[in-house]
Design a protein around this ligand. Structure first.
Ligand code: AMP
Ligand code: FE
Ligand code: FE
Ligand code: ZN
Length: 290
């Protein structure tokens, strides 16, 4: 049993490194966390646990508690839904297989998007590879970085608002399991599932309330409520849903280095909630500071 007193805060439970679409290596990310005064951090790269070992070396040096995690890509109808998965067993066969399938689909999908953009702009696949760490989970942010490097757009935000936006016509989705399947997968791997940024702006982007109930019945543990992409009205709704379904409420930055304006520690999670997540997990243990 982990006591909240054994944990130290502030705790930021959602960050990305260059193992996915963050701009800093896991080492640099842990140093940035130390500089930002964080004492507990989760590394949650998209669909990958490949940054865990590197992060653990530096988090210990920095005196920070590390919760290794992942942000699983899922889809409900047309909605992209992100599922934070804390302390999973990284060698769980089903999870390894499913994340490999998602990453492979992300790769061919990105190649398709780049081929279509390449018809109108001087963008090649090599330009995207030049922005991507070997083995990283490829996403639109890497295409955005290539467009920035070529001087076609000023920053990732401009790329997402224009060329990379679904309405512009270059976009394609990638394979992703449905959220219910993903929650079961994370639980079977001993992990603790929390829905990331559940109420982003945009018509009907929130999951139906009845579906939250199904997810809770299947083992969903929490909702990431304090996150800059949740609308203020939406937070009121999901706070009520969390209370009704007995889900914990987390808060996090979703830091991506210089890839997004989100700053480390801009939202944090209460230490008693961190302790409940750690207690609930059977897949891996947090990495404690030296
Ligand atoms: P993808 O998963 O390849 O469709 O790309 C979505 C990812 O792009 C998300 O994980 C976000 O972190 C990132 N993203 C979405 N919108 C923006 C934006 N406006 N600026 C920077 N990054 C973004
Ligand atoms: Fe991202
Ligand atoms: Fe996300
Ligand atoms: Zn994220």
């Amino acid at each position: 049993m982990v006591n909240a007193r054994d944990l130290q805060g502030p705790a930021d439970l959602h960050t990305h490194s260059s193992v996915s679409d963050g701009t800093e290596t896991p080492t640099q990310l842990m140093r940035a966390a130390g500089a930002a005064g964080l004492e507990t951090i989760a590394l949650t790269d998209h669909d990958s646990t490949a940054g865990w070992a590197e992060a653990a070396v530096e988090s210990r040096r920095q005196g920070i508690t590390l919760l290794p995690g992942m942000e699983l890509s899922t889809r409900y109808e047309w909605r992209s839904v992100h599922l934070l998965a804390y302390l999973v067993d990284p060698s769980n066969g089903a999870l390894v297989q499913e994340t490999a399938k998602i990453r492979a689909s992300r790769l061919s999908r990105a190649e398709g998007i780049v081929a279509r953009i390449g018809g109108d702009y001087p963008l090649s696949w090599d330009d995207v590879l030049a922005q991507t760490r070997e083995g990283a989970t490829v996403g639109r942010p890497h295409i955005a970085d290539a467009l920035v490097a070529l001087g076609i757009v000023a920053n990732r935000g401009e790329a997402f608002d224009g060329i990379l936006h679904p309405r512009t016509g270059y976009y394609a989705p990638h394979y992703a399991p449905d959220p219910l399947t993903a929650v079961r997968l994370v639980r079977a791997a001993g992990g603790v599932p929390v829905i990331a940024h559940p109420v982003p702006a945009g018509r009907d982007r929130m999951l139906p309330e009845s579906y939250f109930r199904e997810l809770a019945d299947a083992g969903l543990f929490g909702l990431e409520i304090d996150h800059r992409e949740n609308t203020e009205e939406g937070k009121v709704v999901v706070r009520r849903i969390a209370a009704e379904l007995g889900l914990v409420a987390t808060g996090s930055s979703d830091y991506h280095g210089t890839g997004k304006p989100n700053r480390l520690g801009e939202n944090t999670t209460a230490l008693d909630v961190v302790a409940r997540i750690v207690d609930e997990a059977t897949g891996s243990a947090p990495v404690l500071p030296d």
